[in-house]
Design a protein around this ligand. Structure first.
Ligand code: FAD
Length: 367
């Protein structure tokens, strides 16, 4: 049996590994000339690590990138708005990891035979019968997996009338910087701006910033330093230590829900199926869950029944996580001084059990 994977990102590579381990012939078509990832840190949460366990790679990521659970959310002056019980989170769900994106791609790629990877191959059209037209010709397969990201050609080919990506209203900057004094993963909320930092095992700190902005506008490091200059320590020092050429800015898009993730011999997964606002740090984790669930379902039940089972298992869950991800950070992007003052006064009063309950289904996934 042959699976053709469109897109060699984290979701596509994980799917290729999962099918390869089950004895399938796999081929990954990736438009980039090289299979790697740009970007900074990537937080892999307990559910994502369990998905990696299903393909034997969880331990490698855990040992290379131990990170504690998120400690909580602070206000601009440093006062805690929400403080997580990190020991309880770790006891209930297991460890969290932080890894450089390129390192995760290397781990996945190393689990595949070199001949399975076809970088420099752009897919132009995917048909429901398993035919894929690309700039190297036409290939057919028993199963086509569309893992080609938020602007997926697979999604557009199979569901031409489905709505496209929607800008969520804020842009994101990511950077790795050198610093001490960051003890754990913390996010800080202002008025329309957010700052998060996670220490990396190599001593650097992964920082992400999100600010309300019109789509397409560009803001450099100098302007970011000014904007966050009065925020609590060590935020100004982290930005001062950053190199301008190490800052990546991307506008943030999500995809409206699809009615199904499967059609004919084609399935979509990862961002192609359910690109979400990156507020829970779950996009890649969900792509990993998709990948191992798809391989298990199709390999066990056959293609038709397996695809139906994949859709049944994955669509409600990923759409729930996407909605939660969008909702949780909405108050960080409020612009009104009154609303944000009320928010800062009310959040510390919320019982931590309530907050813990809302995230439990996300972290507790198993295959
Ligand atoms: P992609 O990574 O987009 O991969 C798609 C691949 O398909 C690419 O390699 C692309 O080149 C290729 N491709 C596209 N079109 C074609 C074509 N026509 N032909 C051939 N190849 C094609 N998630 C987490 O779990 N934890 C985090 O901490 C986290 N932080 C994030 C922070 C930010 C700022 C953002 C924006 C996202 C974050 N995410 C996080 C989400 C995560 O990055 C994505 O959900 C994940 O990378 C999606 O993987 P994917 O393989 O589905 O898609």
């Amino acid at each position: 049996m042959k699976a053709l994977v469109v897109g060699g990102g984290i979701g596509g590579l994980a799917a290729a590994v999962a099918f390869h381990q089950r004895g399938w012939q796999v081929e990954v078509l990736e438009r980039a000339p090289e299979i790697t990832e740009i970007g900074a840190g990537l937080s892999i949460q307990p559910n994502g690590l369990r998905a990696l366990d299903a393909i034997g790679l969880g331990e490698q990521v855990r040992t290379g990138g131990q990170a504690g659970p998120p400690r909580g959310i602070r206000g601009v002056n440093g006062a805690w708005l929400i403080r997580n019980d990190v020991e309880d989170l770790e006891r209930r769900f297991g460890p969290w990891a932080i890894i450089h994106r390129a390192a995760l791609v290397d781990i996945l790629r190393a689990a595949l035979p070199a001949h399975a990877l076809r970088p420099g191959t752009t897919v132009r059209k995917v048909l429901p019968d398993g035919t894929v037209h690309h700039d190297g010709g036409t290939t057919t397969a028993d199963l086509v997996i569309g893992a080609d990201g938020v602007r997926s050609v697979t999604r557009r080919s199979i569901w031409p009338h489905a709505a496209g990506p929607r800008y969520v209203g804020y842009s994101t900057w990511r950077l790795l910087t050198a610093s001490d004094g960051v003890e754990g993963s913390v996010e800080t909320w202002g008025r329309g701006d957010r700052f998060g930092c996670v220490p990396m095992p190599d001593g650097r700190v992964y920082c992400y910033l999100m600010s309300n902005a019109p789509a397409g506008s560009r803001t450099g490091l100098d302007r970011l330093r000014e904007r966050f200059a009065h925020w609590h320590d060590p935020i100004p020092a982290l930005l001062d230590a950053a190199r301008p050429d190490a800052v990546l800015q991307h506008d943030t898009y999500k995809l409206p829900n699809l009615r199904t993730f499967v059609h004919g011999k084609v399935a979509v997964l990862g961002d192609a199926a359910h690109a979400m606002a990156p507020n829970l740090g779950q996009g890649a984790c969900q792509a990993l869950e998709d990948a191992v669930t798809l391989a298990a379902a199709v390999d066990t039940l056959g293609i038709d029944a397996g695809l139906q089972d994949y859709d049944r298992l994955r669509r409600p869950r990923t759409q729930m996580v996407a909605q939660l991800s969008h909702r949780v950070a909405a108050p960080a992007h409020w612009n009104s001084p009154l609303a944000t003052a009320l928010r800062d006064a009310a959040l510390p009063l919320l019982p931590s059990a309530l907050l813990g309950r809302s995230i439990t289904p996300t972290y507790s996934w198993t295959l």
